[in-house]
Each structure stands twice: as structure tokens, then as C-alpha cells.
Design a protein around this ligand. Sequence first.
Ligand SMILES: [Zn+2]
Ligand SMILES: [Zn+2]
Length: 155
Amino acid sequence: MGDGKPRRNTRQRQVVLEELRKLASHPTAVELYEIARRRLPKISLATVYRNLELLTRMGIARKLETRGGQARFDGDLDRHYHVRCVNCGRVDDVRGLPDNPVNGAVEEVSGYDVQGFRLEFFGVCPGCQGKFETETEDGGFNPQGYEVHERSGDV
Ligand SMILES: [Zn+2]
Ligand SMILES: [Zn+2]
């Protein structure tokens, strides 16, 4: 108790949480590590990751389990949903949706006492929509195109 180690760990956790709460971008552990390092040059990626997991277990932060890619973290505990861009991977908040759109219906059908659910939206973010338009106009690379061509050749 008397030595400085527990205090240092607390300080690291505090910095990780403070920086997480400043960001609306749902950073990965690596992104948060780059930021935390400016305040605590000796902090390691493993420490940042461990603290994020701990904060999540304590219910102080949220871990976003998105399909593919690294886990992202959210310091905003207000009820909200997330939408992920399938092109660049950015994650934005979705607010103002109904609180509990399905729980009642699921309880009725399953007999479970439903405690929660995960809902992940995905699509193309405003920034990437512009990019796609440009690529199409240039006659850009279409990876699916040749497959269609092959099939039509069989007929
Ligand atoms: Zn995007
Ligand atoms: Zn969020």
C-alpha cells in the first residue's frame, strides 16, 4: 500500500478514462495509447488495453464489439446506438431512437427475462459516399465485375 505503484496505476487509469471521455470517435486501444502517451510518456499499450478492459468491467466505459477490426471503446454511457462505416471503419453515435424497440416482443416469444440487446448499424459514412462517387466516374476498379462477366459468358 505504501509504495508508489498502486498510485501510479490509478493515475494511468484516470488518464485513460479522461482521454477516452474527451473523444467522440470511439477510439481503439492503439489510438488511445497514442494520445495517453503524450501525458504519460512511460505508459505502455498493454497498460492502456488492460485499463480499458478494467473500465469496461467496472461499467465506466463501453467496449464496442464490431464485426471485424479492432475493438473500440466509448466513454459515453448514455444510451445510444452506433453506426459503422464499412469503408473506413469509423463509428458514429446514433441518438434519438426509441429506447426499447424489441425487448417486450422478444420476451413474449422466448419467455426470457431480456436484460438487453446489441444492435449494430453499418453503412457508408458521408465522407466515403463522396469518394465512391468519384471512383465510379473515373471507371474505377470493380472487384465483382469479372464474376458477372464470366457467368454471362456461360449462357
Ligand atoms: Zn467512411
Ligand atoms: Zn458512442
